[in-house]
Structure formats: C-alpha cells, structure tokens
Write a protein that binds this ligand. Structure first.
Ligand SMILES: Cc1cc2nc3c(=O)[nH]c(=O)nc-3n(C[C@H](O)[C@H](O)[C@H](O)COP(=O)(O)O)c2cc1C
Length: 206
C-alpha cells in the first residue's frame, strides 16, 4: 500500500470484528515500527504492554469509558510513558552506550542528555511524564501507520480515567504513567471520512 493510501485507510476504528485475529508476524511488524520510532536524545521513553487476559481486559474497558474497542480488538496495547528511568543515570548510560562506543563519547553524550533534561524538560515527575508522553505519540503513529500498510485497523484511546486504570493495571505512577492505549484489529463498519481543516487554515508562511 502506498503511504498516501495508508493515510486515508487509517481511521479511528470504533468497533472491531471480534472473530478476526491479527497474525503473529504482522503484529510483530507493528511492534517493530514502534521500536524504530524517533525520540528526543534517543531516550526511547516508552514501554508497550499487550493485554491478553480476558478478565483484565474487561476491567481495563471499564476504566476506559467502557469503550468497545478494548474488548473487540484483536490486540490491545497500553503505551506507558517512562518516568523513573529518565531520572536514573544507569538507564541513560545504557541508551548512550548503544550508540557511543568510546568512554569519552559516552561521557560527552551522557552530559548532553542530562543538560537537555535539566534545561528543556525539568526534573519533576509531571514534567518528565509530559516529555515522555510526547515521545510515545511518535511510536503510536508509527504503529498505526504500519498497521494501515498491512490493512489492519487501529484506534488510539485517550479516553480513560487514569486513577482507575492505575488500580486495574497495578501501576506505580512514580515509575511510569499510561500515555495512551492502542487497539488493533479489523473493522466491521466502513472507514469513516476525514473531517479536517484546509491546508491554508493551518499552514502559515513568513
Ligand atoms: C491522542 C488521541 C486520543 C484519542 N482517543 C480516542 C478515544 O478514547 N476513543 C475514540 O473512539 N477515539 C479516540 N481518538 C480518535 C480521534 O477521535 C480521531 O483520530 C479523530 O476524530 C480523527 O478521525 P480519524 O482518526 O478517523 O481520521 C483519539 C485520537 C488521538 C490522536
């Protein structure tokens, strides 16, 4: 599928065909698209959790405004925005070492990351969460577009009550917070049209 075709294919699917399952290989490609997403300073501020347990899924659905996508999807993913790891020098060093091989390069890049977090992000949990969450959306978009290329429908879900979801998923919000949920599967209703502002309403030149 051409990229432009995939852009129109992708839509927020409101209900999936419960009987149609995504193959393991294709879901693997979707996960890989998430892994390859860009992030500021390459900090990869995300974690993907796939919920398979039926009982847990129905509890998650309740915490997500009872949205039917949660339980009709073939795969339901929770995307977490990392918090504590971005405050942990060991995590930052691990990421830095992926790219920088010499001790000098590692130290220089480590200091750059620390300065970026201090000056551009901030050190409160709320600030780190906001920053990490922004990176998560890039992974989400990559995964939705990879799904579309494979003819797989998706729906991003921000409609949830975080305190309820934390209880159900047993999350410690000092460690990580839910950024968004992502449901994948096959639609049972036709793709909805796009309702967007015109380009001249959103693009400015000066
Ligand atoms: C961050 C985000 C959160 C969203 N949360 C929900 C949601 O909880 N439930 C839902 O049905 N759609 C949700 N949507 C889908 C949007 O309503 C949808 O993308 C928008 O109306 C444009 O329609 P389209 O995606 O079909 O082109 C969300 C979309 C985004 C980007």
């Amino acid at each position: 599928m051409e990229f432009k075709e995939a852009l129109t294919f992708r839509h927020a699917c409101k209900v999936f065909d419960e009987n149609k399952k995504i193959s393991k290989d294709e879901f693997g490609e979707i996960l890989e698209a998430g892994r390859l997403a860009p992030s500021a300073m390459n900090m990869q501020n995300w974690e993907f959790e796939i919920i398979k347990d039926k009982e847990l899924l129905s509890k998650v659905k309740k915490a997500c405004w009872d949205q039917i996508q949660i339980t009709s999807a073939s795969e339901l993913m929770v995307i977490y925005a990392k918090i504590s790891e971005l405050k942990n020098d060991e995590y930052i060093k691990k990421i830095v070492a992926l790219k920088c091989k010499s001790k000098e390069d590692q130290e220089a890049y480590f200091n750059k990351v620390k300065a970026f977090i201090k000056n551009n992000v901030g050190d409160s949990d709320e600030q780190i969460y906001g920053w990490s969450r922004a990176q998560c959306y890039l992974a989400v978009q990559n995964m939705m577009m990879q799904a579309a290329v494979l003819g797989i429908d998706s729906c991003p879900l921000e409609g949830f009550v975080e305190s309820e979801l934390n209880k159900v998923l047993e999350i410690n919000p000092k460690e990580k917070r839910v950024a968004i949920l992502l449901a994948f599967g096959y639609k049972i209703k036709p793709t909805t049209p796009k309702f967007r502002l015109n380009l001249d309403e959103i693009v400015k030149y000066r």
